[in-house]
Design a protein around this ligand. Structure first.
Ligand SMILES: [Zn+2]
Length: 274
């Protein structure tokens, strides 16, 4: 599933190409990929809209349109948002096509269809719970270790579960939860509320390092993730624990352990992580 670094890569790549463009029209080969409003209303509403900008919030892509409207894209498990020439053959599983005024298409494709598109103002999408309330952005310069400590302290669940909770911290999924816990030398099944300030400081730094490094390497193509041009990221070659269960830990050489935690497979080193 695309996480913060993958979504950030897509947004940064698309922003200069989409900002200032107008959506001439929209086609929905698979209308139920639009969750709000009704697909017919969605098609009518986006036609003629100018794209004012683009940003990321957690794992959500927010395309800012005229009149404070947001075109929201969540990639789910296998979603891909790409900009292509109008003449490019339409790939299987293409569920939405936005025809732009420069002759190109913005296309949304999603084989497993866990992704979704939304349209509305941010306050209305939040009020109707179409857009969830998200925790702080972990790579925001203002996100301090104290804030992470405060958010972990009141939780009687595992560290891994809190990192995956989008309402606690935005944008972290299975890959970067495991990676940052390994870097921080903390076991994923440790009780979140029991961490010392010093340990939280280490986790805060590790979390930001893991995410920033992955952004520098244009994300992890561990599964079907591709960037806005259909290319793979580079971080999957550099992951420390994710996807490496049974392989030797890069630090101590002991085989990495896999357990189920918060409903997800979780990989860590029993020797290095305490
Ligand atoms: Zn180790």
């Amino acid at each position: 599933m695309p996480e913060l670094p993958e979504v950030e890569t897509i947004v940064a790549d698309l922003r200069p190409h989409l900002t200032g463009r107008t959506i001439v029209s929209c086609e929905l080969p698979f209308p139920t990929i639009v969750r709000h409003p009704e697909p017919e209303v969605f098609i009518d509403s986006v036609a003629g809209m100018r794209i004012a900008g683009m940003r990321r919030r957690g794992k959500f892509i927010l395309i800012e349109l005229d009149g404070d409207q947001l075109l929201v894209v969540h990639l789910g498990m296998t979603g891909q948002l790409r900009i292509v020439d109008a003449a490019a053959p339409i790939e299987k599983h293409t569920h939405a096509i936005f025809i732009l005024d420069d002759g190109r298409h913005l296309r949304y494709r999603d084989p497993r269809r866990f992704g979704r598109l939304l349209l509305g103002t941010e306050p209305s999408l939040l009020a109707s719970k179409k857009l969830p309330r998200l925790g702080p952005e972990p790579i925001d310069p203002d996100f301090a270790a104290d804030e992470l400590y405060r958010r972990l302290r009141k939780r009687k669940t595992s560290l891994k579960a809190v990192l995956l909770d989008q309402g606690a911290i935005a944008g972290v999924g299975n890959i970067y939860a495991d990676e940052s816990l390994h870097r921080a030398k903390l076991r994923p099944d440790r009780l979140a509320g029991g961490l010392s300030r010093k340990s939280v400081q280490r986790l805060h730094e590790s979390l930001r390092d893991s995410l920033q490094t992955a952004i520098s390497n244009r994300g992890s193509s561990v599964d079907t993730y591709r960037d806005a041009w259909g290319e793979m990221g580079g971080q999957q070659e550099k992951l420390l624990v994710y996807g490496r269960a049974g392989e030797p830990c890069f630090t101590c050489g002991r085989p990495l352990t896999m357990i189920r935690l918060a409903g997800r497979s979780t990989v860590f080193c029993r020797r290095c992580q305490k």
